[in-house]
Design a protein around this ligand. Structure first.
Ligand code: A3P
Length: 305
């Protein structure tokens, strides 16, 4: 397979996607063996698009009848320890753990839609929620993340190198535009199965996103009171400040290969941080590339002005 080395990591190109080498066995195992249940909810995203937030929201929404919000596991646990990363679990040989999860299961992945097996796409009516973020903020967030979790790889501090890779479509789980477009198109074709949300809209009106997710997964809020009270409580529980502070004194979350500090998941949590990292020309170049890729699809980037 075509190979790229970034820092100390190897990425392999398989099915038109760049995969971190460590995850590829998990992806192959999912393609061969994963059997979804119709009650499953898959949280899909390109990395650094708000996955952690979506994990917290979906988990809080779907478990609200099981755990009172004032004693919720999210008060003690990192969202990544509440919602499993499916390829990571499969790569770590924990298929049986996934199989043993009670229904309804919530699982996350970064796999492009085109790489999902037929068991998910064709033969199941499980639900998929995709969160999309302005690619310029994704790129900035990814760069900070790499530097945080791999501080030993000094050359990663060159933002421009990652920027170039992104523009070439050579970053993990990418090209970014293919990852987004696959789910966007699926959400148009199968609106009851694929919900396409945007990080920027979620920031602007989190309560509406919470209600949309609840409705989509089949556990809508009933009554005005529940709406006002519980929706607000979930918005607060999963807010950036709340999650960041709750996690401040904890040791973080287990990644596939190492433990990640909580601070690597909660950095700024805003739209438009790219303005502090890119020149106008750099931003314009990404926008132009992406607009070209999105042409005719009906999809546009939503960017902080
Ligand atoms: P920044 O690095 O721009 O701050 P992912 O979870 O997909 O890895 O994405 C990480 C990004 O989401 C980070 O962006 C992080 O700060 C932001 N984030 C995490 N939790 C959030 C929350 N509750 N609300 C808004 N943004 C959040």
């Amino acid at each position: 397979l075509p190979t790229k080395v970034y820092g100390k990591r190897r990425f392999l190109k398989y099915q038109a996607t760049w995969w971190p080498e460590v995850f590829l066995p998990g992806v192959l195992a999912i393609q061969r063996r994963f059997q979804p249940r119709s009650s499953d909810v898959l949280l899909a995203s390109y990395p650094k698009s708000g996955t952690t937030w979506m994990k917290a929201l979906a988990f809080a929404i779907m478990s609200r009848k099981v755990y009172p919000l004032e004693e919720h596991p999210l008060l003690r646990l990192n969202p990544h320890d509440c919602v499993v990363h499916l390829p990571g679990a499969y790569a770590a040989g924990k298929e049986s753990v996934v199989e043993a999860l009670p229904s309804p299961r919530i699982m996350a992945l970064h796999m492009p839609y085109s790489t999902l097996p037929d068991s998910v796409v064709v033969n199941s009516d499980c639900k998929i929620i995709y969160v999309c973020r302005d690619p310029k903020d994704v790129l900035v967030s990814l760069w900070h993340y790499y530097n945080k979790v791999r501080p030993d790889e000094a050359h990663l501090s060159q933002f421009h190198d990652l920027y170039e890779s992104f523009c070439q479509g050579d970053t993990i789980f990418g090209p970014w535009w293919d990852n987004v477009l696959g789910y966007f198109r699926a959400s148009l074709d199968m609106p009851t199965r694929v919900l396409f949300l945007r990080y920027e809209d979620m920031l602007e009106d989190t309560a509406s996103a919470v209600m949309a997710i609840a409705h989509f997964v089949g556990c809508p809020f009933s009554g005005e009171e529940e709406r006002a009270k519980v929706v607000e409580a979930i918005v607060k529980l999963c807010s950036f400040d709340e999650l960041k502070n709750l996690n401040t004194n904890k040791s973080g979350s287990h990644g596939l290969l190492r433990k990640h500090a909580s601070s690597s998941y909660f950095r700024k949590g805003v739209a438009g941080d790219w303005m502090d990292h890119m020149t106008e020309e750099m931003a314009h170049r990404i926008d132009t590339i992406v607009q070209g890729k999105f042409q005719g699809s009906g999809l546009n980037i939503k960017s902080a002005a």
